[in-house]
Design a protein. Structure first.
Length: 491
């Protein structure tokens, strides 16, 4: 389908089919798991994944490592997932609400007071944005290669705004949480990041200034624009959303039996959905294509499963219940001659399979399936259960699934990350926060809609969605209040 005219005609035909009926799974789910066993397994996975955030965070600053166990810098995106996970922990009884509030307050105090300036080394952020990675000890920019990140700041803010809405009690701690959360969000100068307006830049560095790339086209940048549109102090104009959407039709089409808006790694179909309930709400693009973004993510999960069943790369272990490509660690940048095949493996990279690109070296990341549980539990739970049953001895530990594993890699060579297990292949030895987050939070959204219910009450999320042109579903009702308490930042 390299011919543009043919692709346009084909896309139009597929669109007509899509408007008539929803996508039908190309293959039926396999490996049935009893309801009681399923619940026990999901309970265990959710608790272990939550414990990763609780145990790894610095209780004084709230900073959470990028990866753990072991030494690591802090990832601000991981902090955003952690702030949300603390609420899950309180609701599930893993910790008390007071413990969750205490840890959350420590975190927000740190980010509220963290130095914001244009220096190379003596700041945590600038113009309200924060550096992608911070030093776990000093709380400042980890090193000069690290950018001031618009998307990682956004993922941090997802947790900040969750805290603002969830902690609606009248205790001194919960009142202060609301004040600090509101202030941190209001301080972000979104238009400053629009160096090529109306698009939003991916980031900035003191030495190189603005990164020459913008958020454009369907990906995790969805939440960037929603929060930028919803800002009460420094908002971007609605044309920013239209600019971000402008290239969608290039990746709308059919891939392995599913017609959807493609983005190869599954994290792009998950991150924004952690905090925003896209079920039954639609923007102009959705209305023209006859689906919402939730349904789009469901089709993406099915497409990746179908890709694993087809297994065009002939990788070991792939199938109906072992699938999932997304950003993750890997064996390393290594080329292996294996029979008549020359296999190239990668370290950390955004693996994926879609119309936009295919990057697949046989590395499976359980979060790719796990973070899709709210979209397609009927294929996700059997997949996670099968991976644990088949490989659990090596890939499932105190904190749930390790970040990734590769049954096709058996080269005896020096490894930068992970270890070689003779019975399996390459196995990571750590979990990554940005992969743990979607697992625990989307499990909870599947089980109870918890994070979605909280965020539907956040006025900034609602405002951002409405300015982007979303209508329908829960947006049609008035803002609900958990205990009829004001969501203002007033102490």
């Amino acid at each position: 389908m390299k011919n543009r005219a043919f692709r346009t005609i084909a896309s139009a035909f597929l669109l007509a089919l899509t408007l008539v009926a929803p996508a039908i799974p190309a293959t039926a789910p396999t490996n049935p798991i009893a309801t009681s066993d399923r619940q026990a397994f999901v309970n265990d996975l959710e608790r272990r994944t939550f414990d990763w955030f609780w145990d790894s965070a610095n209780p004084v600053t709230g900073l959470v490592p990028d990866h753990y166990p072991g030494e690591s810098f802090s990832s601000i995106a991981t902090v955003g997932f952690a702030l949300t996970a603390y609420g899950v922990g309180a609701e599930r009884g893993y910790i008390t609400r007071a413990q969750a509030a205490e840890r959350t307050l420590a975190t927000l105090r740190f980010f509220d007071r963290a130095p914001q300036n244009a220096s190379e080394d003596d700041a945590a952020g600038y113009h309200g944005f924060f550096y992608h990675f911070l030093d776990m000890k000093t709380g400042k920019r980890f090193d000069r290669a690290i950018e001031l990140s618009s998307v990682d700041t956004t993922l941090l803010l997802g947790g900040v705004l969750f805290a603002q809405t969830y902690y609606d009690g009248n205790t001194p701690a919960e009142r202060e949480i609301r004040v600090l959360a509101d202030r941190i969000y209001r301080r972000v100068d979104w238009p400053w990041m629009q160096v090529r307006a109306p698009l939003i830049s991916m980031g900035w560095t003191p030495g190189g200034k603005f990164i020459p790339s913008d958020w454009k086209g369907y990906d995790e940048g969805m939440l960037v624009y929603i929060l930028a549109l919803g800002s009460p102090t420094h908002p971007v104009k609605p044309d920013a959303w239209q600019a971000w959407l402008s290239t969608n039709d290039r990746t709308w089409g059919t891939f392995h039996g599913q017609t959807f808006l493609n983005f190869a790694p599954l994290f792009g179909h998950q991150y924004s959905h952690v905090w925003v309930d896209f079920r039954s709400i639609r923007d102009d693009w959705n209305r023209r294509h006859g689906l919402d973004y939730f349904e789009n993510s469901r089709r993406a999960a099915y497409s990746q499963r179908n890709y694993a069943i087809a297994n065009p790369g002939r990788w070991t272990g792939y199938g109906a219940d072992v699938w999932g490509l997304t950003a993750s660690n890997g064996p390393g940048d290594i080329v292996v001659e294996q029979g008549d095949r020359r296999l190239k493996f990668n370290g950390y990279t955004a693996r994926g399979a879609g119309l936009d690109y295919i990057a697949d070296d046989g590395t499976i990341a359980p979060t790719a399936a796990g973070g899709s549980i709210a979209f397609a539990p009927e294929i996700v739970i059997p997949a996670l259960a099968a991976m644990k049953l088949r490989y659990g001895k090596w890939i499932y530990n105190r904190y749930g699934f390790v970040d990734a594993f590769n049954p096709s890699f058996h080269a005896r060579t020096a490894l930068r990350t992970g270890r070689l297990v003779p019975e399996l292949g390459w196995v990571d030895t750590v979990q990554l926060g940005i992969d743990q987050g979607p697992i625990v939070l989307m499990i909870e959204n599947w089980r109870s809609d918890f994070v979605w219910k909280v965020m539907r009450r956040n006025p900034y999320i609602r405002k951002g969605l409405e300015k982007a042109g979303f209508t329908g579903g829960w947006l049609e009702g008035s803002v609900p209040h958990a205990r009829k308490r004001s969501l203002c930042a007033c102490p």
